[in-house]
Design a binder for this molecule. Structure first.
Ligand code: SF4
Ligand code: SF4
Length: 584
């Protein structure tokens, strides 16, 4: 059966066909849709975890008792999961375990551009890298075979283009494994005390050598000889760009990027006149090829930053762009919070109060954009509260009052809670605002332990943030309506004055929330033209529904697009002339 699938959909299908029983993830672009598709297959128990480390631990637990498991995350998520990953490399698996890490070259939706292939080398685990949706399905299945044959977790690396682009996929049937999950005690393999781990380290090194040798005859590492004099070693999406940009070049397409099949590379290098490596981001293949004494050209011509395109490859080789590779430049469109977003009033207030805002990862990071301009730092998931603790340790008592950490509900549960426990424990005098919009909004509205529903759509317990904060020792916890600017200003400024930890929880759902009955839009507002003085105060909220209509010889007037307005009423609170009213 054939279907047009994205890379993410194909990985989900591959996991289903491979007999996977457990799939777990924390959502992160561009990996999110994998788990949103495993729920199509009821044979797979799919769940969102509170963070990537927990997701991997769930996968490990299922693997150790014999089931095949799938764990998915974006590249920065692997940093969170790195602790169990490195030791899992030593224990190996029981049921096959595949960890998908989706990289984001060009930082379409990420805080850095790290190259996860380095994790494969660092953790000493094999990594496969598919180049299209068909390979996403096939490599996922193969990854389970490698995992069980070589007793190792397998990393499957995708990049944004592979994750999100669609192509025709031949689908197969599910292979339900005959074995049942059951407890098999084996402390020497699964308890990594130093004595056991020393033995397993030798196993890991032998495994890497064996995989490198076996990789030379794996069909996923293939040589395509052509007429041209140059040879290119490449993998993943870069392979597609090379085929399009350099159709005459001979290619060694690597499906397994770690460990590298060194003998095959030597053979290929001997057959071509000039050897290149075309790879996105780091010189991962290039450095290893150079290390075995083979001269190769790579980062001298291919940028270490950003996403490759066929046009960029042609340019690197001194070739002109052609019609197929030229990309039309589109006008830039800055990101913005949605009309009616419950975070807008909070950031407006923080700007007015001249707070030093220690920010976090989520759509509310857009509070940094003008005109709100109310976020001063953003490093990684959950870092806002810890960074605020660090800042107040060294600031003067007056400056200390300005420090406010902001964090979303999902991010707070991901790793923010640890920061808050630390702040309370170490007597950090800062204000923490938990922006509870009842969903993991940035990645596309996924459920989380605060939302009251599981990924499989079952109702479940919803975390009570107020009780949770009190339980870990926060004495001052207040809940506010973030759409009420007066309330925001009063409560936030009072808590900023407080010389001890305090938490403010904002209580309004995301405007895009899917579940019925949670978000209720208000009636759209309009600007009464005759009353508008053109003072521009309403523009300071930065709502995309408010536009400025210039008029000749005058200042101009505000206008609200009734199709975009969600009736949150925040802008009308800024208009001193009562010019913003409910649309008639
Ligand atoms: S705040 Fe009121 S008066 Fe000022 S521009 Fe906006 S609608 Fe017009
Ligand atoms: S009420 Fe004002 S701020 Fe709210 S969505 Fe409508 S235009 Fe935007």
């Amino acid at each position: 059966m054939k279907e047009i699938l994205s890379g993410n959909e194909a990985i989900a299908r591959g996991a289903y066909e491979a007999g996977v029983k457990v799939a777990c993830a924390y959502p992160g672009t561009p990996s999110t849709e994998i788990l949103e598709n495993t729920i199509r297959y009821r044979e797979i128990d799919s769940s969102w975890a509170t963070n990537e480390k927990v997701a991997l631990e769930v996968g490990i637990g299922a693997s150790f008792v014999g089931a095949r498991s799938l764990v998915t995350m974006k590249h920065v998520g692997v940093n969170v999961a790195a602790d169990p990953l490195f030791t899992l490399s030593y224990t190996g698996v029981n049921g096959g375990l595949v960890l998908v890490c989706a990289d984001d070259p060009e930082l379409h939706s990420s805080q850095n551009e790290q190259d996860s292939r380095n994790y494969a080398k660092f953790a000493k685990v094999p990594m496969l890298e598919p180049a299209d949706s068909q390979e996403c399905l096939e490599f996922t299945k193969l990854a389970y075979e490698i995992s069980e044959k070589y007793d190792t977790p397998v990393l499957l690396r995708t990049t944004t283009r592979i994750s999100h682009s669609k192509s025709v996929v031949n689908m197969g049937e599910r292979t339900d494994l005959v074995r049942e999950a059951k407890i098999e005690k084996n402390a020497a393999k699964f308890v990594m005390l130093p004595g056991n781990a020393r033995v397993r380290h030798v196993v890991v090194e032998d495994r890497t050598v064996q995989l490198s040798k076996d990789g030379c005859s794996m069909p996923i590492n293939r040589v395509e000889m052509r007429e041209g004099k140059i040879g290119v070693i490449t993998s993943g999406i870069a392979y597609q760009h090379v085929r399009e940009a350099l159709p005459e070049a001979s290619v060694l397409k690597l499906g397994m990027v770690h460990p590298l099949p060194f003998d095959l590379i030597r053979e290929f290098a001997a057959k071509v006149e000039k050897l290149y490596v075309v790879e996105e981001l780091d010189p991962f293949i290039e450095e290893q090829v150079k290390a075995i004494g083979i001269p190769v050209i790579g980062k001298e011509i291919i940028s270490i930053c950003g996403e490759l395109t066929p046009g960029r490859v042609r340019k690197a080789f001194g070739l002109p762009e052609n019609a197929a590779t030229a990309v039309e430049k589109l006008p830039g469109r800055p990101p913005n919070m949605c009309p009616g977003c419950p975070h807008r009033g909070v950031f407006y207030t923080l700007n007015q109060l001249k707070a030093y805002v220690s920010g976090d990862i989520g759509c509310y990071t857009l509070g940094f954009m003008p005109p709100l301009s109310a976020m001063d730092t953003c490093v990684c998931m959950g870092a806002s509260i810890g960074m605020a603790t660090g800042a107040v340790k060294v600031l003067s008592p007056e400056e200390r009052k300005k420090v406010v950490a902001v964090i979303g509900d999902s991010t707070f549960l991901h790793t923010g809670i640890n920061g808050l426990m630390d702040m309370v424990y170490n007597k950090g005098a800062a204000t923490v605002i938990i922006l509870d919009n009842r969903i993991t909004a940035m990645t596309g509205r996924q459920e989380n332990p605060g939302s009251g529903h599981t990924l499989m759509n079952d109702p479940t317990n919803a975390v009570d943030f107020e009780l949770l904060c009190k339980a870990i020792g926060v004495k001052n916890v207040r809940t506010i309506n973030p759409l009420d600017l007066d309330e925001c200003r009063t409560v936030i400024s009072e808590e900023m004055e407080r010389p001890e930890t305090s938490v403010i929880i904002t209580d309004k759902p995301c405007v895009l929330i899917k579940r019925e009955g949670i978000f209720k839009a208000g009636a759209p507002l309009q600007v009464v033209e005759e009353s508008c003085t053109g003072c521009r105060a309403c523009l300071k909220i930065g709502c995309p529904a408010i536009e400025w209509v210039p008029s000749s010889g005058k200042k101009g007037k505000a206008h609200i697009d009734p199709l975009l307005c969600n009736g949150c009423d925040v802008c009308s609170q800024l208009c001193k002339f009562s010019a913003i009213q409910e649309a008639k």
